[in-house]
Design a protein around this ligand. Structure first.
Ligand code: BG6
Length: 523
């Protein structure tokens, strides 16, 4: 196609557009992926960290495993002025950093990647984007289908959505053709009021079925498996209630600190960063009732019932059920690490929590009286996300006259990451003449059984957006139900006069504040 002239000459890219060639589909990929239709993926915030660390490696993997639709093109947008080659060079570096180095494949993939500089507060920039996408669409025949991915600071979500709407990019072409979808990264607001406001803005231009609110935890294989494990086996569900379960602990601990995200994290803290989304989803999957059919709306209906059943925190006795912490210096994997307050971009006297432990109750028939402990924090002893179901001890020990003491209760661990496993602990007789019991485990490791077709969370998220499958995405009523529960807690923590006293400091490399350990280890 010849280079364009006149007004259009300011639009780089489409003239060089190429489709990514997709050879025959690999045996074993999900048949439903065959129905992914051609589209253009527009990443707003393409020069940011999320694009280079998560999105591009995920897209490249999908390209390598031939799971991208054909034709398919990526348009990166950002404030920085770059041309296609400069952006491709930087994305090639990102793939290299992610350990993906095959030169030939990289070049093939990057030939379908384009870049358009735009200013997020400037309508003319979005008009240029609309014109650019129109040309690209004609060039590669994407059928007017576009996926807009907001990989942006949250403050830009509303202004960018408004501009997409104003230049008519939210609704396909003038004849209503094409599927237009919007992918929104967390956080969706910073409290209930701002989440509602953001949603109103988005809904001025996009319909609910077009909106994909991401929670990458939901796309993890081990998280998706929770419902399969619970509802495709008849033997666990009868025990999954207050009669047999003593407590549930859901933890997502990290060894990493705040890294270079202080700007975001100082405004967010652990409750908004991890609890409002990932932890609440893990809780819902563990506690929900089975829907009659495995279908996005039915599953999301059941999850929301859990969120709506959470017993509101007693804000006057908040310290009994909530421990907040912040990391001090310490040692992680043999390396000395700085305290949170010494990290670049963090205020000297910051009171931002990097750790939280919450004790929650789901007030319904199934879970009455069963505490759910949710724990998440940075710079802890191990990177470990898991759900631990602690069963009640046997009601009566017929062995007490011989063995004395208590019999260790059964425990079921659903390991999410990096220990992807299901582990059931039970008691057996220790072999030998002397009578004694020992705890043994039945252990299933995903890695031993599933070496092929592992789909990384961001790959799954991107595929589902292209497919229009909202099963693994938040629905707005769920977002609001969780904010309705957490907002009073956040307000209490952030406005109370002894805010500083609520923060427990913990040494990096340990398991968090001792105040939390005491509650977690209480008999
Ligand atoms: C992100 C948080 O959503 O999840 C990060 O913003 C956190 O702060 C990350 O590190 C943890 O995700 P994962 O998949 O590494 O457990």
């Amino acid at each position: 196609m010849p280079a364009s002239k006149g007004k259009d000459a300011i639009l780089p890219g489409p003239a060089m557009a190429k489709c990514i060639p997709v050879p025959d589909r690999k045996a074993g990929t999900e048949p439903r992926e065959e129905s992914i239709e051609p589209c253009i993926l527009v990443i707003l915030g393409a020069t940011g960290d999320l694009t280079s660390r998560k999105l591009m490696p995920a897209l490249f993997h999908l390209y390598l495993s031939k799971r991208l639709p054909q034709p398919f093109s990526i348009v990166g947008c950002g404030r920085t002025v770059l041309d296609d080659d400069q952006f491709r060079g930087s994305m090639s570096g990102a793939l290299h950093d992610a350990g993906l180095t095959d030169r030939e494949d990289t070049a093939g993939f990057l030939s379908s990647v384009h870049y358009l500089a735009l200013q997020y507060d400037d309508l003319a920039s979005f008009e240029r984007l609309a014109a650019y996408l129109g040309k690209l669409d004609r060039e590669i025949c994407a059928g007017h289908s576009t996926l807009f991915y907001l990989a942006l600071p949250p403050a830009l979500y509303a202004p960018v959505v408004e501009k997409l709407g104003q230049v008519r990019l939210a609704s396909g072409d003038e004849r209503g053709r094409g599927r237009i979808r919007l992918v929104v990264e967390k956080p969706f607001g910073r409290d209930l009021a701002s989440a509602v406001k953001l949603d109103r803005t988005i809904h001025e231009y996009f319909q609910e079925k077009q909106i994909f609110r991401i929670d990458h935890y939901l796309a993890k294989e081990t998280v998706q498996n929770i419902l399969m494990f619970r509802f495709a086996n008849a033997i666990f569900e009868p025990l999954w209630n207050r009669r047999y379960i003593d407590s549930v602990r859901i933890s997502a601990t990290e060894t990493l600190g705040v890294e270079h995200r202080a700007g975001y994290y100082e405004q967010t803290g652990v409750v908004r960063d991890m609890f409002q989304n990932h932890m609440m989803q893990l809780l819902a999957l563990t506690a929900m009732e089975p829907p009659s059919v495995f279908e996005a709306e039915r599953v999301r209906d059941e999850k929301i019932k859990v969120h709506r059943s959470l017993r509101p925190f007693q804000v006057d006795a908040i310290k009994e059920d909530l421990i907040l912490g912040q990391y001090e210096s310490g040692t992680i994997n043999g390396q000395k690490v700085l305290s949170y307050r010494k990290e670049q971009g963090v205020a000297d006297h910051s009171l931002t929590p990097t750790y939280a432990m919450m004790k929650l109750y789901v007030e319904n028939w199934r879970w009455q009286g069963v505490p759910f402990f949710l724990v998440s924090g940075k710079r802890l002893a191990e990177k470990k996300s898991e759900i631990s179901i602690r069963f009640k001890p046997v009601p009566h020990s017929m062995f007490s006259n011989i063995l004395g003491g208590k019999i260790t209760a059964n425990q079921l661990i659903l390991g999410i990451y990096p220990d992807e496993r299901i582990k059931l602990t039970f008691q057996t007789k220790t072999p030998g003449a002397r009578l004694s019991l020992q705890s043994v485990v039945m252990d299933f490791h995903y890695q031993e059984r599933c070496t092929d077709n592992q789909t990384e969370a961001y790959e799954k998220v991107l595929l589902d957006c292209m497919l229009g499958d909202q099963m693994l995405f938040w629905r707005q009523d769920g977002v609001e139900a969780c904010w309705a529960f957490l907002t009073p807690i956040l307000s209490e923590c952030e406005s109370c006069s002894d805010k500083a006293k609520m923060l427990h400091f913990y040494e990096s490399g340990r398991w968090g504040p001792s105040a939390a350990e005491k509650i977690l280890n209480a008999p």
